[in-house]
Design a protein around this ligand. Structure first.
Ligand SMILES: NC(=O)C1=CN([C@@H]2O[C@H](COP(=O)(O)OP(=O)(O)OC[C@H]3O[C@@H](n4cnc5c(N)ncnc54)[C@H](OP(=O)(O)O)[C@@H]3O)[C@@H](O)[C@H]2O)C=CC1
Ligand SMILES: O=C(O)[C@H](O)CS(=O)(=O)O
Length: 480
């Protein structure tokens, strides 16, 4: 069994106490690797390394920084199969989807290699003839990045690429379920020649690492993707030293199928948004609002398509829906299905929780489950599902469905299908979500701003917006 190391100040090291964290394959339950169980000591060493490296790295000319990012992009694309295989082993997503994520993740390096060269300031016409006013954009400093297990590569590069482009240095804590993909990326950062201390990787106790990062005044920025619950905790902790924060948190996306929708397009978009990563994404549609006049035909079309989806080990050819990440997720989703049925929902497809039992060398699989007769009292319409469950709720008027769609504390993504241009603009403007898909269930791309309203987060990642999160604005007034 291989035991990996963490990367601090340009060196691969073990954890001081020598203890390790186990990494398991969610499709089989088997132990696949050990990684260091780092804590306060390793985190402080990583912060010191990033702090020492910041002065030099922030002074590296933008085109040189851009060159480093471009090299990382090239290496990621050259090693995409190796990275994808590790990702499937530790996270479970089908290999084809893992390759797609590596391309998505590398796309942030490609985009920010260019953005690094365009961090413009400005001059402002002064009101006094003997003054000159200007604005500089400068890197915020040492960045703490904490990432989730559902996109083990993309959530790292979506943070590290703009941070390095801006001239910041980084300490990363990846999710404990998926550290191996992070290690692969740091091998590439090292191979690309990124100077020591600029990027640092610590695996281990979330609480200890998080506390050390949040308490340290040298850390000037927190960028986090994960649950709203943890995001709130980190936001509280970062307030003690007034860190800048970017938070990409939970979601509960509505997907609306209007009476005039192209139903084949709607079915395709619904399944794309729902079954990507086995529904374990914050922008997965969680509530399917279907106009009452087309509900039956929509459900029949969905059922026809669902029959084609093969559930299983992501390493197997043709598998399109892998396992859930762990037993906790499995139990939550089973409870949501059982709650819905107990309150009158009908299982139109799936519902079988194929639980081989992780203790008996099995994984946690749930057949994509289509529920009809769903009402607002059911857990599936309130709690983030993070799994392959499709609850269908009917509606009659535009006003009614917009009100239902907005009735959540989340505000990350929303989708709707209609062939009407005027309805598209009216509904898009009224939906209280940061990401809107119109006849489109696959919205994520490196060049666009990703982020949410309300308790889905603060700030944006991707596009030129993502760079601003790592920059300070300095105003200079000069008397001449
Ligand atoms: N917005 C999004 O993109 C995502 C949202 N989620 C939501 O979060 C739920 C749970 O998923 P999960 O990955 O466990 O998300 P968490 O929010 O629990 O974990 C996300 C990251 O935060 C770390 N973390 C957890 N607690 C702390 C803490 N107190 N201080 C510092 N870091 C901490 C985790 O480390 P460790 O792994 O060591 O616990 C992990 O690296 C999902 O069911 C879903 O609802 C999940 C993934 C992505
Ligand atoms: O599309 C994406 O980038 C992911 O859905 C991000 S998240 O689910 O981890 O927020």
């Amino acid at each position: 069994m291989e035991t990996y190391k963490i990367y601090i100040d340009g060196t691969w090291v073990t954890a001081d106490e020598g203890s390790n964290l186990e990494v398991h394959n969610p499709a089989t339950g088997e132990l696949i690797a050990n990684v260091p169980n780092g804590g306060e000591k390793e985190t402080k060493e990583a912060i010191e390394a990033a702090h020492q490296a910041f002065t030099e790295w922030s002074a590296v000319p933008a085109n040189i920084r851009s060159g480093y990012l471009r090299r990382v992009y090239q290496l990621m694309m050259e090693r995409q199969n190796e990275i994808a295989r590790v990702m499937t082993l530790e996270q479970g997503k089908p290999l084809k989807e893992a390759i797609g994520e590596v391309h998505y993740a590398a796309g942030f390096l490609d985009w920010y290699a260019e953005e690094a060269k365009r961090i413009y300031g400005e001059t402002i016409p002064a009101w006094s003839p003997n003054k000159r006013l200007m604005v500089l954009k400068q890197p915020v400093g040492v960045v703490a990045a904490i990432t989730p297990w559902n996109f083990p590569a993309a959530m790292i590069t979506r943070k590290i690429a703009p941070a390095l482009a801006a001239g910041c240095t980084v300490v990363l804590k990846p999710a404990s379920q998926t550290p191996l993909t992070a290690i692969k990326l740091f091998e590439i950062f090292e191979e690309a020649g990124i100077p020591k201390g600029v990027v640092n990787l610590v695996t281990g106790s979330a609480q200890k690492i998080g506390k050390a990062l949040m308490e340290d005044t040298r850390v000037r920025k927190l960028t986090f993707t994960g649950s709203t619950e943890v995001g709130k905790k980190l936001m509280e902790q970062s307030a003690q030293t007034v860190k800048k924060v970017s938070l990409e948190l939970g979601g509960h996306a509505p997907l609306i199928v209007f009476e005039d929708a192209d139903l084949d397009k709607a079915v395709e978009g619904a399944l794309a948004s729902k079954l990507r990563n086995c529904g374990q994404t914050c922008i997965s549609s969680n509530r399917f609002y279907v106009h009452h006049k087309i509900k039956e035909v929509f459900i029949e079309k969905l059922k026809e398509k669902l029959k084609d989806f093969k559930v299983g080990n992501g390493m197997e050819e043709g598998v399109e829906v892998g396992p859930l990440i762990d037993g906790k997720s499995f139990e939550r989703i089973k409870a949501q299905i059982n709650d819905a049925v107990a309150k009158g929902a009908k299982i139109e497809f799936g519902g079988k929780a194929e639980h081989n039992g992780i203790t008996q060398q099995g994984g946690y699989f749930i057949v994509p489950t289509l529920l009809s007769n769903v009402t607002g009292e059911m857990l599936v319409t309130k709690e983030e599902t993070f799994g392959p469950v499709i609850p269908v709720i009917t509606f009659e008027t535009d006003e009614e469905v917009i009100k239902m769609a907005n009735d959540t504390n989340y505000g990350l993504a929303a989708y709707f299908f209609t062939e009407s241009l005027s309805r598209s603009m009216r509904v898009a403007e009224k939906l209280e979500f940061g990401i809107i898909g119109i006849n489109d269930g696959k919205t994520s791309t490196p060049q666009a701003p990703f982020g949410g309203y309300k308790e889905s987060g603060i700030g944006r990642e991707g596009g030129h917006y993502g760079l601003e999160e790592f920059l300070e604005v300095k105003y200079i007034s000069m008397e001449i």
